[in-house]
Design a protein around this ligand. Structure first.
Ligand code: ATP
Length: 339
């Protein structure tokens, strides 16, 4: 389990103070995969550096299973750091070492004997699907395979936390999905011991593997929670980011009110548009939408056009009665472009 409490990092650029982290708190229990997403400049890299003490936080605490890394010094810090396995965007392997020797490297640093190192490296390479590649050199591997080696190396010291910093940003979509499946399988293999934290700007990563998610902005966590809760409401920033539908100005009819509706779970399977149409006596057009499975729950997000003359507020009301979240988003008058 990793617990981060009120983590702050202030940089000084001349006279200017930059609060790269401005009071970040989060908890990731063992068995859970938590995503932190944020745009460029949000503080993601600073968070990774401060969690691993590559950069000392200005204040706050980072605890791994109750041991505070910020309070540890020299040897104690080195030992505590091994509780976090770190995987970067690029694996940064030693080109002159075999794959097996790369995976064994963290064990070499802490003085584990040769035979034990080899045994562990072989076991880990098997775990990440590279059981036959131990004698190969990094240059002989694809980007996805190199990333698997990076993951095996991060697991060498049996960490309690695996921290991924943009693990799939350099990979193609298919390889990305293979690496994401591997991350889930590592968690599933060790649910009582391993907490996983994934820092990314890719929504796909969050949608595919995370149980919970935090949105980092200007060094602060502005929204956080279990994936299925944060996407449930139309107004949420994470909901917009993860399930948002783009404006479809080119198909918007003139003289209509646009209504967005978001339904989840069993509600998503109801014939709610037909039902609402009938109840209100209005023909509703679906202009855009997405239906997705997140963490095993179906979410359906639709944008409807209610012809003017029909009661858009009643449409919203009827949809809410059926258990969906709904709201008016725009009025379109003839010859007026969609806002
Ligand atoms: N060493 C530093 N000195 C001064 N300011 C810094 C330093 N490192 C980061 N910052 C500032 O802190 C803020 C957060 O930067 P950070 O690199 O953590 O963001 P990020 O979310 O990782 O962005 P990106 O995805 O572009 O890497 C930015 O305003 C950045 O300019």
């Amino acid at each position: 389990m990793i617990t981060v409490t009120d983590l702050r990092k202030v940089y000084h650029q001349g006279k200017r103070e930059v609060r790269a982290l401005d009071g970040v708190s989060l908890t990731v229990p063992a068995g859970s995969i938590h995503g932190v997403i944020g745009h460029s400049g949000a503080g993601k890299s600073t968070l990774v550096r401060c969690l691993t003490m590559l950069d000392r936080p200005t204040s706050g605490a980072v605890e791994i299973n109750g041991v505070d890394l910020t309070a540890a010094r020299s040897d104690a810090l080195r030992t505590a750091r091994r509780r976090i396995g770190l995987v970067f965007q690029q694996a940064n392997l030693f080109d002159s070492r075999t794959i097996e020797a790369n995976v064994a490297y963290p064990l070499e640093l802490i003085g584990v004997g040769r035979e034990k190192r080899r045994e562990k490296a072989r076991e880990l390479l098997g775990l990440v699907g590279l059981g036959d590649a131990g004698n190969a050199y990094p240059a002989q591997l694809s980007g996805g395979m190199r990333q698997r080696v990076g993951i095996a190396r991060a697991l060498a010291t049996d960490p309690d936390v695996l921290l991924f910093d943009e693990p799939t940003s350099a990979l193609d979509p298919r390889t990305t999905d293979e690496i994401l499946d591997l991350i889930v399988s590592l968690r599933d293999r060790n649910p009582d011991d391993l907490a996983v934290l994934v820092i990314t700007h890719e929504m796909h990563v969050v949608k595919k593997i995370c149980d919970s998610v935090s949105l980092l902005e200007g060094g602060r966590i502005v929204e956080s929670g279990p994936l299925t809760s944060v996407v449930k409401h139309l107004d949420g920033r994470l909901s917009q980011a993860l399930l948002g539908i783009p404006p479809h100005a080119h198909v918007a009819p003139s003289d209509a009110t646009l209504v967005d509706v978001l339904a989840s779970g069993d509600h998503a399977a109801l014939p709610m548009i037909a039902h609402t149409s009938r109840e209100v006596g209005a023909e509703l057009a679906i202009l855009a939408g997405s239906v997705e499975q997140l963490a095993g729950t179906t979410f359906s997000h639709l944008r409807l056009a209610v012809p003017n003359g029909a009661d858009a507020d009643r449409v919203v009301e009827e949809l809410k009665k059926l258990g969906a979240d709904a709201r008016r988003t725009a009025e379109i008058r003839e010859e007026e472009p969609l806002a």
